[in-house]
Design a protein around this ligand. Structure first.
Ligand SMILES: Cc1ncc(C[n+]2csc(CCOP(=O)(O)OP(=O)(O)O)c2C)c(N)n1
Ligand SMILES: [Mg+2]
Length: 361
C-alpha cells in the first residue's frame, strides 16, 4: 500500500520485502497441517476481505493521526503494526453470531464487525451523534456483536467469560472473544475471568496480545523470561500461539480455537507476539522511541503485517494493480467516512442528555 512519510512509522516509509522473512511468513502457516488446511481453503474473496481489513485498519489510524496533527482532536490510540492480531481473528469468527470485546488497540474489530467508520471517527469527536452520545471514545455496538469496552483494562475478560457461559447454557453455537494486552495480563480480573472460563468450560477465546510494552514499561520489566507460552497450561486449558504480524496465522489459529469452542471443548488462550510501532497514544511517540533501541523498531518494521501479506498475495498470483484497486476502494471509504463525521464536529451533546442511558428508567 501507499506509504505516508508524515503519518507512517519511519520504518514503513520505504518498506522493501525481505526474502527470508517472506519465507518465514509462508512457512509459519504451512508448518502446521491444521492451519495449512484452513489457509488452503481461503477463497480469493476471503483474501480480499483480509487484505481490505488490514488496509482499512491502517488508514483509520492514519486518518486519526491527520486529525491530531491538524488539531481536530487532541490524541488517538492506534494499533499500527498490530493490525493482523485483530483482523485475522475477527475474520475467523462468524459476524452477526459471535461476540468480540475489543480493547483500544483493536478498533479494527469494531470496523470488521460492521460498525460504520464514520461512527468510529465520531466517537473521537465526542459528538452528540457518536455511538455513546459523546460519553466515551470506546466503541461498541452489541447489536453487531461488539461489546463496548471500558477503559479499565481486562475488565471485559470476566464479562466475556459470562457471555460465553450464557452461550453454553443456551446451547448456542456461539463464541466470545477478547484480547488481553501483555500488561493487562497482570490484573486480577484477567486471572479471575480466565479461570472462571476454564472451570466452566465455556466457549471463550482469550488472545494475549503481547506488543512488548504496557504504557512505557517494556515486557521484560513486568514479565519473567519465557513469554506467555505456558499460560494456557497454567489454567488447564487449550492454548496455542500465532505470529501477531501474520494475518493468515492469526486467522487459522483462531478458527481452530473457535471450532473447538463450538464443539464444546472449552476455552482457548492464544498468544500473539507483535509490536507497538508507535506510542501508547499519539502524545508519547517520542518517549516510545526512547523506550526501545532503534534496531527493535527496524526489525519489527520489516515485519509490517500489510507489506508481508502483500508479498504473500503477489506470490499467489495477485497483481500489484489488484492490490491497488482494493486500497483505492478502502481509501475512498475512509475518506468519505471522515468527511461525513467532520460534519458532526459542532454537534456537542446537550447537558441534559448526561443522565440518558445511565439508569434503566
Ligand atoms: C485496571 C487498569 N489499570 C491501569 C490502567 C491504565 N492503563 C491504561 S493502558 C495501560 C497499559 C496497558 O498495556 P497492555 O495491556 O500491554 O496494552 P497495550 O496498551 O500495550 O495495548 C494501563 C496501565 C487502566 N486503564 N486500567
Ligand atoms: Mg502491551
Amino acid at each position: 500500500m501507499r506509504r505516508f512519510p508524515a503519518f507512517d512509522p519511519p520504518e514503513y516509509v520505504s518498506w522493501r520485502p525481505d526474502q527470508a522473512l517472506a519465507r518465514t511468513f509462508r512457512e509459519r502457516v504451512e508448518h502446521d497441517p491444521a492451519r495449512r488446511a484452513i489457509v488452503a481453503e481461503l477463497t480469493r474473496d476471503d483474501h480480499r476481505g483480509l487484505y481490505a481489513g488490514l488496509v482499512r485498519a491502517r488508514l483509520h489510524d492514519i486518518q486519526l493521526k491527520r486529525w491530531v496533527r491538524t488539531g481536530v482532536i487532541s490524541k488517538a490510540w492506534l494499533g499500527t503494526g498490530e493490525e493482523a492480531t485483530t483482523v485475522g481473528p475477527v475474520h475467523a469468527l462468524v459476524r452477526g453470531r459471535d461476540i468480540v470485546a475489543p480493547m483500544i488497540r483493536n478498533a479494527a474489530a469494531c470496523i470488521e464487525f460492521g460498525v460504520p467508520l464514520a461512527d468510529m471517527f465520531r466517537a473521537y469527536l465526542g459528538s452528540a451523534d457518536s455511538p455513546s452520545g459523546g460519553r466515551d471514545l470506546h466503541v461498541g455496538d452489541f447489536e453487531r456483536g461488539v461489546l463496548q469496552p471500558i477503559s479499565h483494562v481486562a475488565d471485559v475478560v470476566p464479562v466475556i467469560a459470562g457471555l460465553a457461559l450464557a452461550f453454553k447454557l443456551k446451547a448456542e453455537p456461539r463464541v466470545a472473544l477478547t484480547w488481553i494486552g501483555d500488561g493487562s495480563t497482570k490484573t486480577g480480573t484477567a486471572h479471575e475471568g480466565t479461570n472462571f472460563a476454564a472451570v466452566q468450560k465455556v466457549p471463550a477465546i482469550f488472545i494475549v496480545q503481547n506488543n512488548q510494552v504496557a504504557l512505557g514499561t517494556r515486557v521484560e520489566q513486568h514479565h519473567l523470561p519465557g513469554g506467555f507460552d505456558d499460560w494456557a497450561a497454567g489454567y488447564g486449558i487449550w492454548g496455542a500461539s500465532f505470529d501477531g504480524n501474520n494475518v493468515l496465522d492469526a486467522f487459522a489459529a483462531t478458527r481452530i480455537a473457535a471450532d473447538r469452542c463450538r464443539a464444546g471443548a472449552g476455552p482457548a488462550l492464544l498468544v500473539a507476539e507483535t509490536f507497538r510501532m508507535g506510542g501508547h497514544a499519539t502524545h508519547d511517540e517520542r518517549e516510545a522511541r526512547e523506550t526501545f533501541p532503534a534496531s527493535q523498531f527496524e526489525e519489527w518494521g520489516q515485519r509490517d503485517p500489510i507489506g508481508q501479506y502483500e508479498g504473500y498475495l503477489l506470490g499467489l498470483g495477485w497483481t500489484a494493480g489488484e492490490l491497488t484497486e482494493v486500497e483505492d476502494e478502502v481509501t475512498g471509504e475512509v475518506e468519505r467516512a471522515a468527511e461525513s463525521a467532520a460534519h458532526s464536529r459542532d454537534s456537542m451533546p446537550a447537558g441534559e442528555s448526561a443522565l440518558g442511558g445511565v439508569y434503566a428508567k
